[in-house]
Design a protein. Structure first.
Length: 78
Protein backbone atom coordinates (compact mmCIF):
# COMPACT_ATOMS: atom_id res chain seq x y z
CA UNK A 1 0.00 0.00 0.00
CA UNK A 2 1.22 3.51 -0.80
CA UNK A 3 2.35 5.75 2.00
CA UNK A 4 1.61 9.45 2.09
CA UNK A 5 5.30 10.21 1.42
CA UNK A 6 5.26 8.45 -1.96
CA UNK A 7 4.62 10.80 -4.82
CA UNK A 8 4.23 10.48 -8.57
CA UNK A 9 6.77 12.33 -10.68
CA UNK A 10 7.05 12.83 -14.42
CA UNK A 11 10.27 10.79 -14.36
CA UNK A 12 8.49 7.61 -13.19
CA UNK A 13 7.58 5.02 -15.78
CA UNK A 14 3.87 4.56 -16.38
CA UNK A 15 4.20 0.94 -15.29
CA UNK A 16 5.96 1.99 -12.08
CA UNK A 17 3.10 4.32 -11.21
CA UNK A 18 0.61 1.47 -11.43
CA UNK A 19 2.90 -0.85 -9.46
CA UNK A 20 3.35 1.64 -6.61
CA UNK A 21 -0.33 2.54 -6.26
CA UNK A 22 -2.30 -0.64 -7.09
CA UNK A 23 -5.33 0.41 -5.05
CA UNK A 24 -5.67 3.56 -7.18
CA UNK A 25 -5.14 2.01 -10.64
CA UNK A 26 -8.68 2.58 -11.90
CA UNK A 27 -8.71 6.26 -10.97
CA UNK A 28 -5.15 6.80 -12.24
CA UNK A 29 -5.97 5.13 -15.56
CA UNK A 30 -9.12 7.22 -15.94
CA UNK A 31 -7.21 10.45 -15.29
CA UNK A 32 -4.46 9.52 -17.75
CA UNK A 33 -6.93 8.55 -20.45
CA UNK A 34 -8.97 11.72 -19.91
CA UNK A 35 -5.74 13.67 -20.46
CA UNK A 36 -5.13 11.95 -23.79
CA UNK A 37 -2.63 9.34 -22.60
CA UNK A 38 -4.05 6.09 -23.97
CA UNK A 39 -0.90 3.95 -23.83
CA UNK A 40 -1.59 2.22 -20.53
CA UNK A 41 -1.49 -1.26 -22.05
CA UNK A 42 1.33 -0.41 -24.43
CA UNK A 43 4.65 -2.24 -24.01
CA UNK A 44 6.39 1.15 -23.87
CA UNK A 45 4.52 1.94 -20.64
CA UNK A 46 6.99 -0.26 -18.77
CA UNK A 47 10.08 1.71 -19.75
CA UNK A 48 8.79 5.07 -20.97
CA UNK A 49 8.49 7.79 -18.35
CA UNK A 50 5.22 9.59 -17.83
CA UNK A 51 6.83 12.68 -19.35
CA UNK A 52 8.02 10.78 -22.44
CA UNK A 53 4.57 9.28 -22.98
CA UNK A 54 2.88 12.65 -22.59
CA UNK A 55 5.28 14.37 -24.99
CA UNK A 56 4.81 11.55 -27.52
CA UNK A 57 1.09 12.38 -27.40
CA UNK A 58 1.68 16.09 -27.97
CA UNK A 59 1.41 17.37 -24.41
CA UNK A 60 3.39 20.39 -23.32
CA UNK A 61 5.12 20.99 -20.01
CA UNK A 62 2.06 22.71 -18.47
CA UNK A 63 -0.20 19.79 -19.43
CA UNK A 64 2.29 17.34 -17.94
CA UNK A 65 2.56 19.32 -14.69
CA UNK A 66 -1.25 19.47 -14.47
CA UNK A 67 -1.52 15.71 -15.00
CA UNK A 68 1.14 14.96 -12.37
CA UNK A 69 -0.72 17.19 -9.92
CA UNK A 70 -4.01 15.45 -10.68
CA UNK A 71 -2.42 12.01 -10.26
CA UNK A 72 -0.90 12.99 -6.92
CA UNK A 73 -4.29 14.19 -5.68
CA UNK A 74 -5.69 10.77 -6.57
CA UNK A 75 -3.01 8.85 -4.65
CA UNK A 76 -3.40 11.10 -1.59
CA UNK A 77 -7.10 10.28 -1.29
CA UNK A 78 -7.90 7.53 1.19
Amino acid sequence: MATKKQKITKKMSIGEIFEKFPDKNDALAAAMMASGLHCLGCAAANFETLEMGCKAHGMGDKNIADLVSKLNKIVKKT
